[in-house]
Design a binder for this molecule. Structure first.
Ligand SMILES: Cc1ncc(C[n+]2csc(CCOP(=O)(O)OP(=O)(O)O)c2C)c(N)n1
Ligand code: SF4
Ligand SMILES: [Mg+2]
Length: 287
C-alpha cells in the first residue's frame, strides 16, 4: 500500500533564520518545474536538520555529520533524483568536516545547503567551527568554508547567502539548483542563518555582509582572484556573500556510472540472479 506523509510544521524558535531558508528552498523547488517525487532532501542532526520534516518530497534524516556520504549514496543508486543535502555548521564543519572535504574533492551533483548560525543551536549554543574566538570562551580561530572550498581544485560552485537578504538568497538557491540539475557537480550554498535564541548575530551580520557580485568587475570564474578577494574582505572585518566561484570539473556520477549500468534503485529485485547474489553475500557474513 502506498502511504503519503504530510510534511510537519517547523519547530524553530520565532525569528530563526532557518524559516527563510525553507521558504526560499520551497520557492526554488516550485519554480524549477521538477515534480516533488523527483526530489530527495537529506539532512543531518541539528535545528537546521529538522528542515527535512517540513518539505514535501522524499526525505532522510541521516546521522549527525553523515549527511553527505548518505546523499552521495542516494545519488549514485538513483542518479535520476535531484538530491539536496542540508544541515548546520556543526553538522557540516565539525563532525562532518572530513565528508565536506571529500565531497569538494569528488564533486557529486548534489545541492548542499549549510545553515550557518556559528553555534550548536540544538544543544544550546556551544561554539562551532565558525564561532569567533572569544564566543563563550572559544579559544580557536574560525573556519571559512568558502575559502576551504576554493583551496580544492575540483570545486565547481561556491556561494554564500544571508537569510536577511531573501532576494539575493533566492537567486543563489536557483543557481545552485540549476548547477546540480545540469549534472555539473556539487553546488555548495552556505546560508548565514542567525540563531536568535543562543547567538543572535542578525544585526551584526546585516552590517558586515558584502556581496561580491555588487562589483561588476568581479569574475566568479577566476579561482585565484576569488581567493584573493574573499581573503581581503575577511581582512576588512566583512563577510563575503554572493556567487563566489563557479567552475568546471567532471561530476562524480559521470565518472563512475557507466551508461550501460542499471543504477541500484532501478534494478529488478525479483531477478533470480540478484537474489542469488544477495544470499551469497549474506551467507558470507553469517559464516
Ligand atoms: C554523534 C553525535 N554527536 C553529538 C550529537 C549531539 N548534537 C546534536 S545536534 C549537534 C550540533 C548541532 O549544531 P549544528 O549542526 O550547527 O545545527 P544547529 O542546531 O545549529 O542548526 C550536536 C553536537 C549527536 N546527535 N550525535
Ligand atoms: S535554537 Fe537557534 S537555531 Fe535552533 S531553532 Fe532556535 S533560533 Fe533556530
Ligand atoms: Mg549551527
Amino acid at each position: 500500500m502506498t502511504k503519503t506523509f504530510t510534511p510537519g510544521r517547523p519547530i524553530w524558535c520565532a525569528g530563526c533564520g532557518d524559516f527563510a531558508v525553507q521558504g526560499i528552498l520551497e520557492k526554488a523547488l516550485d519554480s524549477s518545474g521538477i515534480l516533488r517525487h523527483k526530489f530527495m532532501l537529506l539532512t543531518g542532526i541539528g535545528c537546521a536538520g529538522t528542515i527535512q520534516n517540513n518539505v514535501h518530497c522524499y526525505g532522510y534524516h541521516a546521522l549527525h555529520g553523515r549527511v553527505l556520504p548518505t546523499a552521495v549514496g542516494a545519488k549514485l543508486s538513483n542518479p535520476e533524483l535531484t538530491i539536496i543535502a542540508a544541515g548546520g555548521d556543526g553538522d557540516g564543519y565539525a563532525i562532518g568536516a572530513g565528508h565536506l572535504i571529500h565531497s569538494f574533492k569528488s564533486n557529486p551533483s548534489i545541492l548542499y545547503i549549510v545553515m550557518n548560525n556559528s553555534n550548536y543551536g540544538l544543544t544550546k549554543g556551544q561554539p562551532s567551527p565558525t564561532s569567533p574566538t572569544g564566543y563563550r570562551s572559544n579559544v580557536e580561530g574560525d573556519l571559512d568554508a568558502i575559502l576551504l572550498g576554493l583551496s580544492i581544485s575540483s570545486t565547481t560552485f561556491l556561494a554564500r547567502g544571508f537569510s536577511g537578504h531573501p532576494e539575493q538568497l533566492e537567486k543563489l538557491m536557483m543557481a545552485a539548483l540549476e548547477h546540480t540539475e545540469a549534472g555539473k557537480g556539487l553546488a555548495f550554498l552556505e546560508v548565514l542563518s542567525p540563531c536568535v535564541t543562543y547567538y543572535d548575530t542578525h544585526r551584526e551580520w546585516r552590517f558586515r555582509v558584502l556581496d561580491v557580485n555588487d562589483d561588476e568587475s568581479y569574475d566568479p570564474g577566476d579561482r585565484a582572484k576569488a581567493f584573493q578577494k574573499v581573503t581581503e574582505i575577511i581582512g576588512e572585518g566583512k563577510i563575503p556573500i554572493g556567487l563566489i566561484y563557479k567552475g568546471e570539473f567532471p561530476s562524480l556520477e559521470s565518472l563512475i556510472l557507466s551508461s550501460d549500468h542499471t543504477p541500484a534503485a532501478l534494478q529488478d529485485i525479483e531477478s533470480p540472479a540478484i537474489k542469488e547474489d544477495y544470499l551469497k553475500t549474506m551467507n558470507a557474513f553469517l559464516g
